[in-house]
Each structure stands twice: as C-alpha cells, then as structure tokens.
Design a protein around this ligand. Structure first.
Ligand SMILES: [Zn+2]
Ligand SMILES: [Zn+2]
Length: 331
C-alpha cells in the first residue's frame, strides 16, 4: 500500500472511531438518545456560550475597563448566554467586614459598576452570575448572602437551555457553612433534590458551575485555599458522576487549570479582570454539540472574529472539531 493510501486509511479509521458510538454509551450519549426517543424532540442544533470568571472589580484595576472589554466581546460574538464564575467584585474575605456600613457602601458601588456594564449586554444574551468568596466572604452569613441576592440574584439555582441542565452553586457555603448553617443545609438539600431529579430526566448535557475549583491538578490533591476540601470534593464528584454530569466549571484561581476525572472535566477559567499567572485576560468559549462539548480559553486579543459551531460538509470535516468528549485544548 502506498504511503498516501496508508495515511488516508489511518485518518478514515481515526475519524470513524471518533464518531462511531462506543460499545458502552456514555451517560450524555444515553441521555441524548433517551431525550429524543422519549420526548420525540429533535436534538438541539449546536450552539455556544461563554464562561468568564473573576472580573473582581476593582482589584488591581483602576476602573471597570476589563469587565467592559469582556462585555464588548460578548456582544460581538453573540453567545446563547454567559456565566460569570464568581468574584464579581472585590469584597472582604472576612464576613465581619460586611458589618461595617462604610465597607458595604463601597461594595454597593462596585456592584453598580459591574451591573451597569452588564446592562449593556445585548438583550437575548442572558447573564448568569455565580457567587465568589469576594462577593459573600469565605464564611458566608445570612447577611452577606442577602446582600448578594439583592444585587446579583440567587446564590444557587439551576436552569435548562436547549435540553441541557446547568446547575449553579455557592461554593463558599459548601466549603464552610458555619456562618449560616441553616442556609448551608438548605443548599445541600436543594442540591440533593436537584441531582436526584436530574438523574431521572433526559438531558443532552448536564454541567455545574461554582466559584471554587474542585481541584487544580488531581482529584485527590490536598485541600488548600484554591480548591474544595477533599471530603466535600469526593462526595460532590461521586454525586455528579452518579447523575451523569460531564463537566464542572469554576474560577477563583485567576489561572487556567484542567483535570479529567474519568468522563468528567473539571475546568478552571482564568480571570477577565486580573490574572495571577501567564494566562492573558479573557474568557472561555464553550461549544455544545448533541454528542459532546468543546471549550477553549482565549485572551481578549486572540478571540476569533466569529464563533463557528456548525458541523458543515463531510464526515471528514466534522472530525476537525475533535473526537466526542475529548478535550480540545485551553491556554
Ligand atoms: Zn475567589
Ligand atoms: Zn478571584
């Protein structure tokens, strides 16, 4: 066989292997099949959304320009929606500081800067906020959580979009519920019920969003400031796995990080306000296909002119998007 023929055969086999269903369908694929079989609904067309993190006004920033830049790019690209993974403002880590009216007045001002820029997001692109330690403190109280809700919306909630489920959590309460034990118990119970319902329903994809990364390098790494405590992490991961979740998105680290836990991706997105590593200010674009999601972090100056999500042309052309469920890169 000539070299060119061998090459063609290899590419064809690789592409077919990437697209053909595996012997054991993955949870998301089972869900997708069940969704169309049980409801008779057509699978949704591919689409994309944006995950940003830590605008954190005005930490290390003179003004709200970086967040405004994110908003401008969001409007230019036109995603279905945007999720901002916490630290919307730079409030104190200590809940005691939130008792000081002078400090709270300053936080009101920072929240206004964030929300005024966010109001410029085009109608039709919904913004979903996630609470971070600098929005509710590291040990949230009923007072800090009420302040957050008054400005940014519910600290934990779920929504559906095009037959997929998106679960948003308040990770400070999950890490340390000691400042508001009743609310911590309420969120835990809500999460238990939401996951139980999600397990029994047919979704194309199920993903979760919270400020703190589950982990940065491996699922069994030691507990530290930037991750979830090991015991909480192990419990949550088991639950998410059991319910067929395929990804957990987070911020807080001000750098990108990525861990693959069997079929579940644990994705940490760098800051759009102030970075702490080599990653430029930017955000992540997440493309959603019926059989997989793809995501990539872009610095603001490296963002594409438009985002293409259609799988056009031949089977071979589809292969360019990557194999099902395979992570296709981030920076
Ligand atoms: Zn944080
Ligand atoms: Zn932060």
């Amino acid at each position: 066989m000539k070299l060119i023929e061998k090459l063609f055969l290899f590419v064809t086999v690789w592409c077919m292997a990437s697209i053909a269903p595996a012997d054991e369908p993955k949870p998301a694929q089972q869900d997708a099949a069940a969704a169309s079989a049980s409801s008779g609904k057509e699978k949704p067309k591919p689409y994309f959304y944006i995950v940003a993190a830590d605008p954190q006004l005005l930490w290390g920033q003179k003004d709200e320009r970086n967040w405004q830049t994110a908003v401008d790019h969001i409007n230019r690209l036109g995603p279905d929606f945007v999720i901002v993974c916490g630290d919307l403002i730079q409030g104190a880590n200590e809940s005691k500081a939130w008792d000081d009216p002078k400090k709270v007045k300053e936080y009101d001002h920072l929240a206004k800067l964030y929300l005024d820029a966010a109001k410029k997001i085009k109608p039709g692109i919904k913004l979903y906020n996630v609470a971070g330690n600098h929005d509710v403190s590291l040990k949230p109280t009923a007072k800090t959580l009420a302040w957050y809700e008054g400005h940014f919306g519910k600290p934990w909630y779920a929504f559906e979009h095009k037959q997929s489920l998106f679960v948003v959590l308040e990770s400070d309460l999950l890490r340390d519920g000691g400042g508001a034990p009743d609310l911590a118990a309420k969120q835990t119970e809500w999460l238990r019920e939401t996951l139980a319902k999600a397990g029994g329903k047919s979704y194309v994809h199920k993903t979760a969003y919270m400020h703190h990364p589950m982990c940065l390098k491996s699922v069994d790494e030691k507990s530290e400031y930037f991750n979830m405590p090991l015991r909480v992490r192990t419990d949550m991961l088991r639950n998410f796995h059991d319910r067929g979740f395929r990804a957990v998105f987070s911020g807080h680290y001000h750098k990108n990080a990525y861990v693959k836990d069997v079929e579940m991706e644990l994705i940490t997105t760098s800051s759009c306000g102030k970075g702490l590593g080599k990653d430029p200010l930017g955000f992540r674009i997440v493309k959603v296909y019926p059989d997989r999601t793809e995501h990539k972090y872009y610095g603001f100056d490296k963002l594409p002119p438009t985002v293409k999500v259609e799988c056009k042309g031949s089977l071979m052309a589809c292969c360019n998007h990557g194999a099902p469920g395979v992570f296709t890169g981030w920076r």
